[in-house]
Design a binder for this molecule. Sequence first.
Ligand code: HEM
Ligand code: HEM
Length: 232
Amino acid sequence: MIDKNARSIRVWDLPVRLFHWTLVILLTVSYFTAQAGGEWMKFHFWSGYAILTLVLFRIAWGFVGSTTARFTDFVKGPGAAIAHLRELVGRGRPREAGHNPLGGAMVVVLLLAVLAQAAAGLFSADTDTGMVTGPLALAIADKWVDRATAFHHYWINVLLALVALHVLAAVVYLVWKRQNLIGAMVSGRKPLDDVVPPGQPAPRLVFAPGRLALSLLLASAAIVYFVVRAGG
Ligand code: HEM
Ligand code: HEM
């Protein structure tokens, strides 16, 4: 239901918000368990499988989920991204229900970057000790295990840089544009003034059912389970 007089409007569904903050927690767990090594690697693997599940879920949700979760809603050409950048640098007030065209490109980059990190982990191994071996490392030649491991070690730096940029962008919005995108990712709501110009009606957003999200999450977990099991 859209209330024309409402001062705020629901923009993010629960699955997107849960996905986001769980991903943040799990990436932190993955990072520190890798630093700790030893027994902690068990948790590093589990956390990695959960991250893979989440990313697969989010990709599927990007096709069949709520309006603002869909790739068609926020993947735009470079023209739209540049126009948005102009608005951001200038005095304009960006107004968007979901991701803006620049942020949308970043969402795709972040999802792929996280997927690459976790996928490489499946094929990684500590070749010095042979103690920690990704579930698919035994299925490929040593040469490729070395490459996957090197990539896994290197890519985390790229991922951290992307995350830093991502968080910086959110802070720029907060300080420069006085738009609290972080709060919106928590509550799911944005002030109407951040979504449409004054006097304009709120956009019609469709929210996909939670049980569809749950089914996709379970299907994603099943895929990860079978991929991991494939290593024997
Ligand atoms: C582990 C690091 C992080 C990763 C990998 C990450 C990734 C993502 C992804 C994939 C999205 C898109 C959400 C979706 O449509 O499903 C997103 C959105 C968002 N993230 Fe993060 N995030 C991280 C940390 C953070 C942190 C620490 C903050 C806040 C300080 C934050 C603030 C936001 C905000 C505000 C949005 C919505 C942007 C918009 O309105 O277009 N993220 N993030
Ligand atoms: C996105 C999730 C992941 C992140 C952020 C991550 C991060 C890291 C980092 C930073 C290291 C290097 C630790 C160090 O030596 O300083 C590492 C090592 C390792 N990771 Fe991951 N990882 C992820 C997912 C996975 C997954 C899914 C697996 C396998 C199931 C995995 C397997 C390994 C292995 C075997 C090592 C040890 C490699 C070695 O000692 O040379 N990782 N990970």
